[in-house]
Every structure is written in structure tokens, then in C-alpha cells.
Design a protein around this ligand. Structure first.
Ligand code: SF4
Ligand code: SF4
Length: 224
């Protein structure tokens, strides 16, 4: 996935399918979107920071960038190779914010910290650009758990896009519904708050999720 600096495009809207729900205008942390007289979102490019939060917010997935979209993330999840014969091992997908969590993972690697080999990482621009469809894709692909790694939310937030990680927390209701629909345990998806200076904590956090998988069992959809 190209990071934000590698894709200078602004979000595009496939307006034919827009339901005028206004969700994107409510969730944009920079007030860059407003509904016009026809109740269609209009973008103010001078305010847009290209974070992708509107993309994660749109319930009909009609918002995308030239080089960043829900379809691209789904394709990346489906493309993760799970070697034959590995079905009996836990496999965890980490969707990691490219601003903090991903560099922290990188630093953990540079420092040669020992960590579980069960994790495959895909960077995202902000956890706010993630929605429940991506979690469903990961589960259908056979992942046993998903780690959503982003910045600290709440009062002492560290999110570069103000409330991206906080919005993900509010979307977790949809994620839990998706897991219910798939008859899977809610513990399989874990939000992890990771600052760029938290590389030391990462192996422990990921190991905890591996232990959860061992407790609840492997994804029954694995191999189908
Ligand atoms: S990309 Fe971010 S800043 Fe730009 S319109 Fe979407 S939510 Fe707002
Ligand atoms: S969230 Fe999607 S469907 Fe709703 S107004 Fe924005 S673009 Fe249209």
C-alpha cells in the first residue's frame, strides 16, 4: 500500500451510489466535507489532509483515492500467502496506522525484538480508514484474529488526524456485529493503542492475541 506521501490524490466519490447519509461530512475531522443543496458531499481540498477517514466512514464504500481504497486493502488481505500445511498455526492480521504503529513495528524489528511469527502486517493511513468489511474479509480469508493498531484516543489523544482511532472504536459495534454474523468470538478483534515510542510493548501485545486465539480456537473458516 502506498503511504499517504506516495499518493497526493484527494478522495473521489462515486456519486451515483451516494445515499446522502452525511456520515462522511460528520466524521471528517477537518471539516473538509459538506453536503450541498442536493445533499451530496462537496470536498474543500484546502482543508483535506487525505487521511481516509471518510473512506472508512462511508457505509456504501463509494469513497476512494487514486492509490488507496477499501478494494485495494481487501485485495491485499486476500493476497497474504498462507502456506499449505500451516493451517494448524494461528495467523493474525495487523492493520497498523502508518504514522505511529507501523514505525513502532519497524523499530521493534530494527531492535531485533523477538515476536510471534503469526502476524502479517498491512499499513493503513489511519485506523479511521478501516471498516468492518476489511475485518470480514480477513476472517473469510482464514485469519484467526485481527489486531487494529492505532494511536491513543480520548482526551490525551495522539492521533495525527485528531479522532481517527477514536472513530474506529465507535465502529467496533459494526465489527462485533460482523463477527456475530460469522458466528465468531468478539475477542478475535483487538484494538491496540500504540505510540511510536511503544516498540517494546509490541511483542507482548501480539503474544496476548496469540494466546486469545489458542483459548478460543482457530478460525473455523480456515481452509474453506
Ligand atoms: S480524506 Fe480526511 S480530511 Fe479529507 S475529506 Fe476525507 S476525512 Fe476529511
Ligand atoms: S458517507 Fe458515503 S453515502 Fe454517505 S454522504 Fe458520504 S459519500 Fe454519500
Amino acid at each position: 500500500m502506498h503511504p499517504r506521501v506516495g499518493d497526493l490524490s484527494y478522495p473521489g466519490f462515486f456519486m451515483h451510489k451516494c445515499t446522502s447519509c452525511g456520515r462522511c461530512t460528520q466524521e471528517c475531522p477537518f471539516g473538509a466535507l459538506e453536503l450541498d443543496d442536493k445533499k451530496q458531499p462537496v470536498l474543500n481540498t484546502s482543508r483535506c489532509r487525505r487521511c481516509g477517514i471518510c473512506m472508512g466512514a462511508c457505509p456504501v464504500q463509494i469513497i476512494s483515492f487514486a492509490d488507496y481504497s477499501v478494494d485495494m486493502l481487501s485485495a491485499m488481505i486476500r493476497a497474504v500467502e498462507i502456506p499449505e500445511g500451516d493451517e494448524a498455526k494461528p495467523r493474525i492480521l495487523a492493520l497498523a496506522c502508518e504514522n505511529d504503529a507501523y514505525p513502532a513495528l519497524d523499530i521493534a524489528g530494527i531492535n531485533r525484538l523477538q515476536s510471534t511469527a503469526a502476524v502479517r502486517v498491512i499499513p493503513v493511513r489511519c485506523l479511521g480508514s478501516v471498516n468492518s468489511i476489511l475485518v470480514a474479509d480477513a476472517m473469510s480469508r482464514g485469519f484467526d484474529a485481527v489486531a487494529l493498531m492505532g494511536c491513543r484516543s480520548g482526551e490525551d489523544y495522539q492521533c495525527h488526524f485528531i479522532k481517527g482511532s477514536e472513530l474506529l472504536e465507535t465502529r467496533m459495534g459494526n465489527v462485533r456485529e460482523t463477527l456475530d454474523r460469522l458466528a465468531l468470538e468478539a475477542e478475535r478483534v483487538k484494538v491496540m493503542e500504540v505510540a511510536i515510542s511503544d516498540s517494546d510493548r509490541i511483542p507482548g501485545l501480539l503474544q496476548e492475541l496469540v494466546e486469545t486465539v489458542k483459548r478460543v480456537g482457530l478460525n473455523p473458516m480456515k481452509g474453506f
